[in-house]
Design a protein around this ligand. Sequence first.
Ligand code: PLP
Length: 414
Amino acid sequence: MNAPASTPTVFDVQRIRADFPLLSRTVHGKPLVYFDNANTSQKPLSVIEAMNAHYRQHNANVSRAVHLLGEEATAAYEGARDKLAQFINAPSRNELILTSGTTQATNLVAYSYALPRLKPGDAILTTVMEHHANIVPWQLVAGRAGATVKAAPINQRGELIVEQYIAMLTPEVKLACVTQVSNVLGTVNPVREIARECKKRGIPLLVDGSQAVPHRPVDVQALGCDFYALTGHKMLGPTGTGALWAKREHLEAMPPFFGGGEMIREVRFEGTTFAEVPHKFEAGTPNIAGFVGLAAAIDYYQSVGFDAIHAWEQQLLAYATERLSEIPGLRIVGEAAEKEAVISFLIEGAQATDLATLLDLQGVAVRSGHHCAHPLMQFFGVPSTLRASLAFYNTREEVDEFIVALLKVRKLLM
Ligand code: PLP
C-alpha cells in the first residue's frame, strides 16, 4: 500500500543525489528534474568509476587468457554473476545467464525454450499490460509453430484480473508470462499467487522483472517462477547489461540460441559439443565493463537498502499523485492498489508529446508515447500517455517543480 503523503520519513536524499553527477546539470538553462527513470535510470559515480577503472587497469578478454589481466577481467565478470545471483536470491550462480537486457533474455526463452516445445494449437499466455519485449518474441515463435499468444485482461484501474489469468491457464498453454511491475501503470502484479497456480498446472512461468528490480528486493525462489528476466540500465547499471535467471532443469534442456566462441566444449565439423550452463548461452565476448558497472550498481543499492528506497519512493508516489490530482482535466491512467512510483496521465485538450516537449524546455524530463505497450494503449483507447517515473534520488521539491512546470505548459496549450 502507498504511504500517506503527509508523513515523510528521514531519508538523506541530498547525500544520495551527490552521488549522481548527472543530476546536478541544467537542461535548457533550468535545473534538471529527471522523471524518466522507468526508461533508464541515472548512474552513481561508483558505477561510472568502476567501469573507468576496469578499462584503465584490468581490461582484457574473459575466459581465454592465462595472463594476469585476463584473470582479473574474468574474476570481475564472474564476480558480477555472483552478485546478481545473490541480488535476486538465485539458488545457484550457474542459473544466471548474463544478457544485454530483458529483450535478449525473453528472446532466449522464446527461441531456446518455447519454440522447440510448441506444437500447432498450443498457446503462450501473457497479459494486456506487457511491454513489447514480453509479447513480440512469443508472437514470433508462436507464428512459426502454429501456436497462439493469449493475453489476460486488466481492469480500468490497470490491475490484472487475476482470476481470468488463472482461468486462461488451460492445458494448451505451454508457457505463462507476466510482468512483476508495469512500466506504464506502475501496477505490481501478484506474482507469487500466479506462480502457485502455474505450478499446480505444470505450466512454467516467466516473470519480466525489468521494472521491479529498481524498486524492491527480489527473491526468485520466494516468487516461485521458472524464468526471471531483468535489465541493468534501469537499476543504476550501464546499458547493454541484463540477465535471465532460469531453473537449472530448464537450462539443461534448452539448446544454445547463439553459437560462437566461449560457448563450446569442442568444435568439430562432425559435430560440436557445448559448454556447461551458463556458458553455453553466452556466445562471443560479453559486455565485461558493463557487468563490472552493474556489480557496482548492486553494491550501491545494498548500501542504501531497499527498505529505505521503497519507503521514500512510496512517499514520493503518494505526494506526486496527490499533487497531480489537483490539476483540472488531468486523468491518471493506472490506479492499482499496489504500485511502484510510475504515474501515467493525460490532460484533456493537450497532446502528451506536446506537453513532454514543453516540459523539457522547463528542465523536466518525462516520457510521452506508447511506452512499448501498444495493447495497453489500445485497452485504454489512447495513442499515448505522459509518464513521470520516479527514483529514490528524486525529491518532493522536484515534484513541486514538475507541477509548477506542468501548470505552466498546460496553460500554453489551452
Ligand atoms: N520489460 C519492461 C517492463 C520494460 O520496461 C522494458 C524497458 O523499457 C523492457 C522489458 C525491455 O528492456 P530492455 O530494452 O532493456 O531490454
